[in-house]
Design a binder for this molecule. Structure first.
Ligand code: ADP
Ligand code: MG
Length: 288
């Protein structure tokens, strides 16, 4: 038996319909079995895997609520937990589930300028995308999820503060939930007013992250105080599906400059003078 659970009142939007198979009395309406073992190895997070990652087959995912509905994706709060079995203690972790919408459910489409110079994984997918078949629309939405997945893997492995990428499957990306230490979500940079000292600490971390991207030939592409979270002494860069190839994309330099401008403006406005041109020049030395 299978049934569908509506997460919200967007009754005709597939993106909001969470399908589960009620094969077991154990599962409530907002639960599913952990999808950890459903995906291939390359779709699970990089090693060394943090100890909080729940990998047990018996784990259950519980949808706790929505963090944010967006133009291209919605972010949900998910708990992945397993009960104590024998000698194994109970374990649980909070995850952010970012679910990309298929094209017809987007309210905004930024695809074109970002993906110039980017290749799709196979030609069947390219043709399906061009024809906008149902499969094609799924592929397009999934490609944003995989692009963000790749960027998170690259950055996390390089030690840049980004959420640990737990797994990706189709249009859903599961990652570490960045909390505020009190059970809530960490605020966006735009919402905080750090001390001058902390601003300096944040800027170092941000520049290191941007340098790491630049070293890989990439720019975030949508970097702003809304896509950086403040978690205590640490900032965490998020929202990376549109990473841009600085050289391969004809507008790559513009995207990099805009990232520098947005962030330099925020720091300067909060009281730490940051020169956007200097930052841009510094990053370019990493690219070339
Ligand atoms: N890993 C995460 N931990 C905590 N909050 C998150 C996480 N990822 C996203 N969020 C929250 O969801 C919002 C939207 O996520 P984001 O990736 O920026 O998507 P978009 O801006 O495209 O809708 C963020 O501003 C943040 O508040
Ligand atoms: Mg965002």
């Amino acid at each position: 038996m299978s049934s569908e659970y509506e997460l919200s009142d967007h009754s005709n939007a597939d993106a909001f319909v969470f399908t589960f198979h009620a094969v077991d009395e154990k599962l409530g309406p907002n639960q599913r079995w952990s999808t950890w073992l459903d995906v291939e190895r390359g779709s699970r997070g990089p090693e060394p895997r943090p100890s909080w990652v729940v990998t047990e087959q018996a784990a259950i995912d519980t949808e706790l609520g929505i963090l944010k509905t967006g133009k291209e994706a919605d972010v949900f709060l998910l708990e992945r937990a397993v009960e104590a079995i024998g000698d194994n203690p109970a374990k649980s972790s909070l995850l952010a589930a970012k679910r990309y919408r298929t094209e017809e459910h987007r309210t905004f489409n930024r695809s074109a300028a970002y993906v110039e110079g980017r290749r799709t994984r196979n030609s069947r997918d390219s043709r399906a995308m061009a024809k906008k078949t149902t499969h094609g629309r799924g592929v397009a939405a999934g490609q944003w999820a995989y692009a963000e997945w790749d960027a998170l893997n690259l950055l996390w492995t390089a030690g840049v503060p980004v959420p640990y990428p737990v797994q990706v499957e189709g249009t859903e990306l599961l990652m570490e939930f960045i909390d505020d230490g009190e059970g809530g979500a960490a605020p966006r940079l735009a919402q905080v007013r750090p001390s001058k000292e902390l601003l300096g600490v944040y800027f170092e971390q941000l520049r290191d992250g941007m340098r790491e991207l630049a070293r890989a030939g990439l720019a975030h592409g949508d970097l702003s105080p809304f896509n950086v979270l403040a978690q205590g002494e640490r900032i965490v860069m998020i929202d990376l599906p549109q990473v841009v190839d600085v050289v391969g994309n004809p507008r790559g330099m513009d995207f990099l400059m805009r990232d520098c401008h947005n962030m330099a403006a925020w720091f300067t406005n909060r009281g730490l003078e940051v020169d956007e041109q200097e930052l841009f020049a510094d990053l370019l030395t990493m690219v070339f």
